[in-house]
Unconditional design. Structure first.
Length: 593
């Protein structure tokens, strides 16, 4: 190759190199301009356009200095534009491709936020735990607090806390949620643990603790009942408020017994007339502040007035009939004589968990709010025990036929089903172990019993002791079914104590005692002895006692509780009716016949 040719090739190479350098510089300028353009769209909240503009910058090439930043802003824009899954995938890609990137704390924070919003709490907590930068900690705490405050189900929050017991934000939110529950539903043991563990402010949780009782020579008990004295007639016919009168007559008779035992208690009766104004006038009397205990009232509007008065003046109150936890609310001075619907549901679930042959079951409940509360409490507890509810159904009064449709399982009762149900038999023979009936509706209970009897398989039927009043069902039917009935305030009527009470009542009132007279008597017997033994704030003593013996009933259990936790259960055995009950924590099981 001659000299001239070599010179020409050299010139060509120089030109090519210059062109390459120029092209490379031009491309670099393009990346820069593209990034600035995309960022401007992002800052203007034009997120869809920004995503399109960032796309060419996502490639990991040596000449592209912006793939990490572009990926980050692309992900944020996707989130802002309503595509959290796309944003999550991009953030995860950043973690994979750029693990040592300086902006990784921000990436993890966004991932945590996205996981939380998708209710993937464990993943969110895990990714937030990777952030060690102290400048992020306050924002992380606020994010956690906001997220877990939005969870309404306390049981779900408990599960998250169990998986992450060191998370203060969860502990604080859980403590607040528990503290806002009606007292009868509060997990006091867990609440105490959270307060101690995370050094929480009890005042901030609005907790009121009764720490010391007051002892007196005589205790005054105000009875706030709707006596309706202005509507009573001097006849022997049943009064419009006979139930109220029966409770009060039972209480009065108990006073005679207490007096004979040297227990000094005095009753003061007030007529609330089912009226808020009348109740307010009663509470305005100066003498009311000197009361040691209030019994009643029964109706919601007067009851709220008395709740406020009870809390403000630190006077205990008790309702003898209600099973509604809202009656107690968050008043530490308020009690129910009977178990709440939640307590009954939980206790029956614990019984079924120990005694059912199969873990699958059915729940039927009525239209009343009491029924749905009872059913929910049973379902929540039984599922926690590892059991399964395959049907959980509300049965309306005019739709009880559905029970036969649902429980049809063989040709013998196929004809009893509606045309709709024929050909789509839902529950095969021996496929379920138990049916929980949360209703006192006669039609519901008789349909369930009839269907289960006709099926002929072994299903435990759980219902209310009120079923015993049904004339169409006898002891043999319950025995064949292996039925189990919950019986709050169950009375032993073949004891010496009951015979003495009955004789006294008949001598005084010339008629046999009703169930409500029995309740009034037993309640006053319990309260009189409790005031005498434990003082004005008898709940302090109740907390120390696992079991409080009843006079006509089996007894009571108020340990760390505002309602009676003792729920007698009736079993139908070879030798007759058997009453079973278990105290809290499944200890000290006691059986009586």
């Amino acid at each position: 190759m001659n000299f001239n040719m070599r010179m020409k090739l050299s010139k060509i190479l120089v030109v090519v190199c210059l062109l390459f350098i120029t092209f490379k510089a031009y491309t670099q300028v393009n990346y820069q301009q593209q990034y600035l353009h995309a960022k401007e769209l992002f800052n203007d909240a034009k997120y869809s356009l920004a995503m399109e503009a960032f796309k060419p910058l996502l490639e990991r090439e040596e000449s592209n200095p912006f793939p990490a930043y572009s990926s980050f802003y692309y992900a944020v824009a996707a989130y802002k534009d309503g595509y959290p899954p796309l944003a999550k995938n991009m953030f995860l890609q950043i973690k994979s491709y750029f693990p040592k990137w300086s902006k990784m704390p921000e990436v993890n924070f966004w991932l945590g936020k996205i996981y939380f919003e998708a209710a993937e709490y464990n993943q969110g907590l895990n990714v937030l735990a990777e952030i060690k930068d102290k400048t992020f900690q306050e924002n992380i705490y606020n994010l956690k607090h906001h997220t877990f405050s939005g969870i309404k189900d306390v049981e779900a929050l408990k599960e998250i806390y169990e998986n992450h017991p060191k998370e203060k934000a969860i502990g604080e939110v859980l403590a607040m949620k528990i503290a806002k529950q009606p007292l009868v539903n509060q997990d006091q043991e867990l609440l105490d643990e959270l307060i101690t563990k995370f050094n929480l402010d009890k005042k901030g949780l609005d907790l009121v603790k009764v720490d010391e009782s007051v002892f007196k020579d005589k205790y005054k008990v105000a009875v706030l009942f709707p006596f309706l004295m202005n509507r009573l007639e001097p006849t022997e016919r049943k009064k419009i408020n006979q139930l109220i009168l029966d409770i009060y007559q039972g209480m009065q008779l108990a006073m005679d017994t207490l007096k004979a035992q040297g227990i000094n208690v005095e009753l003061f009766a007030y007529d609330t007339k089912r009226d808020s104004a009348a109740t307010a006038r009663i509470l305005a009397r100066e003498e009311m502040k000197g009361m040691d205990l209030i019994v009643g009232p029964f109706f919601s509007e007067p009851r709220q007035l008395v709740q406020d008065f009870s809390f403000k003046n630190k006077i205990n109150m008790i309702n003898p009939l209600s099973t509604d936890s809202d009656v107690i609310g968050v008043n530490p001075y308020s009690f129910l004589l009977q178990p709440t619907n939640e307590t009954i549901g939980r206790k029956m679930a614990e019984y079924v968990a120990k005694n059912a042959r199969r873990k699958t079951g059915v729940i039927f409940y009525g239209e009343d709010s009491r029924d749905s509360t009872l059913a929910h409490a049973f379902k929540q507890r039984i599922e926690k025990e590892g059991f399964k509810i395959i049907i959980n159904k509300e049965i309306r009064k005019d739709e009880t036929r559905q029970i036969l449709d649902i429980l049809v399982a063989s040709g013998r009762i196929k004809d009893m089903a509606s045309d709709d149900a024929k050909g789509r038999l839902r529950l095969a023979q021996d496929s379920i172990g138990y049916i929980f009936v949360a209703s006192n509706n006669d039609l519901i209970s008789t349909k369930v019993i009839s269907a289960v009897e006709t099926r002929g398989d072994s299903i435990m039927v759980i219902g209310s002791a009120d079923w015993l009043e049904l004339p169409v069902i006898n002891y043999e039917a319950y025995y064949r079914l292996g039925a189990v009935l919950y019986a709050p305030m169950y009375m032993h009527k073949e004891t010496d104590a009951y015979e003495i009470f009955r004789d006294q009542y008949v001598r005084k009132h010339k008629v046999p005692p009703t169930q409500h007279a029995e309740i009034g008597y037993d309640m006053m017997h319990l309260l009189g002895h409790s005031l005498n033994k434990y003082g004005k704030y008898f709940q302090i003593g109740w907390d120390e006692e696992k079991f409080l013996k009843g006079y006509l009933t089996i007894g009571y259990s108020y340990q760390n509780s505002q309602d009676n936790k003792l729920v007698p259960i009736l079993e139908f055995g070879d030798e007759g009716l058997e009453v079973v009950y278990e105290l809290e924590e499944n200890k000290n099981e006691d059986r009586k016949k």
